[in-house]
Design a protein around this ligand. Structure first.
Ligand code: NAD
Ligand code: UFG
Length: 338
């Protein structure tokens, strides 16, 4: 299939492009490089021996989108482009609503006008808010998000649902990711956050590589087995493969569908520290800090719907996730500048 991947030089996008090219799809990336690096395209080519198309452009620019869709008849779009820093979204809500929502509206309009009505969207477990129950199934009600970033995901899901209701020619797959970590086994592409990382695994790897002194563990009085927050960490390559499987669903004319992409297994912050140390032999010093506002006790998926309907199941375990995150960080202590 001919696939347009928005946000394809980013963390999850780049891994997905690798899996798409490996499966023989034709891929064009559209990315404005606001949170990624064009050198990712070279690395993807080095891994797959195929160079994806690349357009340096913005989803908020309707002319660029129209040109892309008139130049090539894409079979589907995988839509990763968006801003994702939770804290920044609280400081700059309009920037988030503008980029994520206005950008997505533009994309959907251009797709519809040009006859491409198949889309896979990067949603998040954040739409469940404080989950009504765990493990979380897709039937779990959506909740109150604690930040504008989360609301953009929740609202875009609604926009795509309403679009499908208005016109059944659309095929929409909403993928709710749990916590992606890890990196391609080559150690040549991976997560490359700007500034001090907000998320656990990049913080851990930057402590391991000596860029940061120690990990702050946000709270040890949660209602979990050791008091630290529990999440469903999923290897980014498993997540990427989930998108390839979802494409077959789109191709079959699936209408609107929603899937959790997680492993079904929860690990606490201290479980991650322990597994990282065991997988890599590198010690992670840590201190207990107060809870981070907005965090919840535990969040993990029931991924059985994706297994049943997409034939997809996460295969990579927590040690492999830690080892692969570390290989990427160790080989590229300063990200793509190395
Ligand atoms: P990322 O920041 O690495 O990738 C996003 C990419 O989108 C970047 O390359 C960025 O340059 C690009 N981009 C942003 N705004 C754009 C615009 N207006 N036009 C064109 N390109 C634009 O993030 P990621 O971790 O790869 O996440 C990909 C998607 O998955 C995002 O939508 C994110 O919200 C979602 N998601 C991520 C996580 C996670 O923990 N990483 C969890 C759930 C959902
Ligand atoms: N944590 C620490 N110290 C840190 C960073 C995180 O103890 O330095 C803890 C958190 O308190 C939490 C766990 O590690 O218990 C995971 O935190 P992350 O920030 O890595 O991930 P979150 O589950 O908070 O959020 C992530 C993404 C969101 C997304 C959400 C659900 O950042 O964008 O998963 O998909 F919405």
């Amino acid at each position: 299939m001919k696939i347009l991947v928005t946000g394809g030089t980013g963390y999850i996008g780049s891994h997905t492009v690798v899996e798409l090219l490996t499966e023989g799809h034709e891929v064009t990336i559209l990315d404005n490089l606001s949170n990624s690096d064009e050198r990712v395209v070279d690395r993807i080519e080095a891994i797959t021996k195929v160079r994806p198309g690349f357009v340096n452009g913005d989803i908020r620019d309707k002319e660029t989108l129209d040109r892309i869709f008139t130049d090539t008849a894409y079979d589907a779009v995988i839509h990763f482009a968006g801003l994702k820093a939770v804290g920044e979204s609280v400081q700059k809500p309009l920037m988030y609503y503008e980029n994520n929502i206005a950008g997505t509206l533009n994309l959907l309009k251009s797709m519809g006008e040009n006859g491409c009505k198949n889309i896979i969207f990067s949603s998040s477990a954040t739409v469940y808010g404080t989950p009504a129950f765990v493990p979380i199934t897709e039937e779990c009600p959506k909740g109150t998000c604690t930040n504008p970033y989360g609301w953009t995901k929740s609202m875009i899901e609604q926009i795509m649902t309403d679009l499908y209701i208005s016109d059944n020619e659309w095929n929409v797959v909403l993928l709710r990711y749990f916590n992606p970590i890890g990196a391609h086994e080559s150690g040549t592409i991976g997560e490359n956050p700007n500034g001090i990382p907000n998320n656990l695994m990049p913080y851990v790897t930057q402590v391991a590589v000596g860029r940061l002194k120690e990990l702050g563990v946000f709270g040890n009085d949660y209602n979990t087995h050791d008091g630290t927050g529990v999440r469903d960490y999923i290897h980014v390559v498993d997540l990427a493969i989930g998108h390839v499987k979802a494409l077959s669903k789109l191709q079959a004319g699936s209408g609107l569908s929603i899937y959790n992409l997680g492993t079904g297994q929860g690990y606490s912050v201290l479980d991650i520290v322990k597994n990282f140390e065991e997988a890599t032999g590198v010690k992670i010093p840590y201190v207990i800090k107060p809870r981070r506002p907005g965090d919840i006790d535990e969040c993990y998926a029931d991924p059985s719907k994706a297994e049943k309907e997409l034939g997809w199941k996460a295969e990579r375990g927590i040690r492999e996730m830690c080892a692969d995150s570390w290989r990427w960080q160790k080989n590229n202590p300063n990200g793509y500048d190395d």
